[in-house]
Design a protein around this ligand. Sequence first.
Ligand code: NAD
Length: 361
Amino acid sequence: MSKKILVLPGDGIGPEITAEAVKVLEVCRDQFGLDISWDEGLVGGAGFDATGEPLPPETLDKAKAADAILLGAVGGPKWDKLPDISKRPERGLLGLRKELKLFGNLRPAILYPQLADASSLKPEVVSGLDIMIVRELTGGIYFGQPRGIRELENGEREGFNTYVYSESEIRRIGKVAFEMARKRNKKVCSVDKANVLEVTMLWKEVMEEVAKDYPDVELSHMYVDNAAMQLVRAPKQFDVIVTGNMFGDILSDEAAMLTGSIGMLPSASLDENAKGMYEPCHGSAPDIAGLGVANPLATILSVAMLLRYSFGEGEVATKIEQAVSKVLDQGLRTADILSADTRKVGTQEMGAAVVEALKAL
Ligand code: NAD
């Protein structure tokens, strides 16, 4: 049966970059014979403008019925001042993650050798970098109860949150990380703060239990402060990093920045059955929206992740990645990754070049 993708362009540069990704899907269907189809929906500010909701019920229904979702980006200054926080574009995203139970966030940090100069680190430290950060996305301190700001007896205010993880939450994200490592270089580094926080002592224990089912994968542990340091000192020592929601939030942005080109990085958020939402790591870039200069490669690479992780089409996924690499070899660059001796192209020209490279594979 045909696999269904819901395409959610969203706001800002979202529609421009997803349009190029859809052209890549067309090649996958027409030339590589994938039995896929897609439909579009509204989310974020676009959803709010059309229906008064950042996650219109129709979009949620389509998302539930789809086998995978491809999202552009949401948000922008137009909606930043909406007084009702529940109507802000970001709520559309959070709603999708929650309703679809997308607990496993995969954030690769890959530095194409052709772009080694884009990093703020020395090329020899980062060239060829390929890390996968597996972040727990629906638990931990961002969701723990109780939370709030209360007034103490002495009249002073106190803010509080709860950092909580159940064994089953840790186990399921652990499995995602170990399965991932099996397809890569067979190393998992679990990041915690087990010297201080009980919740991460349990995290560490459960990771060791999960590791027993994966004797072919090497497990190591690292405190989060050291992990932040090691990521800038010697990032290539890592293969898969698995960590909780808050540490993952911070470390994945740090790792993304090592590559120096956020316009290149895809991401995935998966449920227990490998259904997922795929999106570029960057936002809606309102400063360049509508100018036709946005880099579509992160979104195109998100299509590769979608095919690999939700549809089991690793070979076609690899072809898309090879096509991107070939286009970089040709010296084509959008403005965000431009360097000496390369040729500046816009969003559509970059998309067309990837399509041509893909067709030639
Ligand atoms: P951003 O990622 O949108 O932009 C940061 C900088 O990177 C900007 O200068 C932008 O022009 C540039 N940039 C981003 N993507 C690019 C691309 N593909 N090609 C070329 N340049 C690119 O982050 P921001 O400015 O902090 O946020 C803008 C809006 O996006 C906000 O409303 C924010 O809430 C939203 N946002 C959405 C998501 C999401 O949809 N997942 C993620 C982050 C931020």
